[in-house]
Write a protein that binds this ligand. Structure first.
Ligand SMILES: Cc1ncc(COP(=O)(O)OP(=O)(O)O)c(N)n1
Ligand SMILES: Cc1ncsc1CCOP(=O)(O)O
Ligand SMILES: [Mg+2]
Length: 208
């Protein structure tokens, strides 16, 4: 799994719709595209998940389903992302025991990032960096320096998130993060491709 790639796109309520947003991500070569539909029925999620599966199949974009390993398995996604309050990675791996599938895990503190190592996720999420309305009950924000320090010290691949946009991405990279999600910054745009490319350009200028 790539370790330094920049943007990991999490799709929650994109104004252009999930399928179109996924197409924009694929056109931009975004390596991970996550479907994160909160407050939707299982049927609604499965229906969108199949569309995103078709859009991403055979492309450079891996398709990750949030929260529910049974949906990830049903639509033959490339991976699942689980939080501290979701099913454990061990349980999810029992349900979806297919080599090569990606299992991501959220962390919200130094301790959780440390504890994650034994669970052997393919990557960890680290956040939130800033307060965010995107997650209904978000953990306390870590701030830029603390999130960067966790990103630098963990031996696991990471992606930081929470309140990231074009105005603060550079300072977040400066603090030590390499990969990041920006949810509202992309989802609220009628032209997600434009926003994705802006973020990718900042990252490329900073990291490459
Ligand atoms: C890449 C990535 N990192 C963290 C999260 C958050 O997952 P979780 O803590 O389970 O919260 P919800 O997203 O389910 O509300 C994520 N989805 N993706
Ligand atoms: C799902 C999640 N987990 C921690 S912060 C977050 C949401 C980040 O969204 P935004 O980029 O809109 O602040
Ligand atoms: Mg979750």
């Amino acid at each position: 799994m790539k370790i330094s790639y920049g943007l990991y796109m999490v799709m929650t309520n994109p104004v252009v719709g999930y399928e179109e947003c996924a197409r924009a991500g694929v056109r931009c070569g975004v390596p991970f595209i996550q479907l994160r539909m909160k407050n939707a029925t299982r049927d609604e999620i499965v229906s969108e998940a199949w569309k995103v599966r078709e859009v991403t199949r055979g492309t450079d974009s891996l398709f990750i389903v949030n929260d529910d390993v049974t949906i990830a398995k049903e639509v033959d996604a490339d991976g699942v992302h689980l939080g501290q309050g979701d099913m454990s990675l061990a349980e999810a791996r029992k349900i979806w025991n297919v080599p090569g599938k990606i299992f991501g895990l959220s962390t919200h503190s130094e301790k959780q990032a440390e504890t994650a190592i034994d669970q052997k996720p393919d990557y960890i999420g680290i956040g939130p960096i800033f307060p965010t309305p995107t997650k209904a009950i978000a953990d306390p924000d870590l701030g830029v320096e603390r999130a960067g320090a966790i990103a630098k010290s963990t031996p696991l691949p990471h992606v930081v998130l929470g309140g990231i946009d074009g105005t603060n991405l550079a300072e977040i990279l400066q603090a030590g993060a390499v990969n990041y999600c920006a949810v509202r910054a992309i989802m609220q745009s009628p032209e997600p491709e434009v926003e994705i490319r802006k973020l990718q350009n900042i990252w490329a200028e900073y990291i490459l």
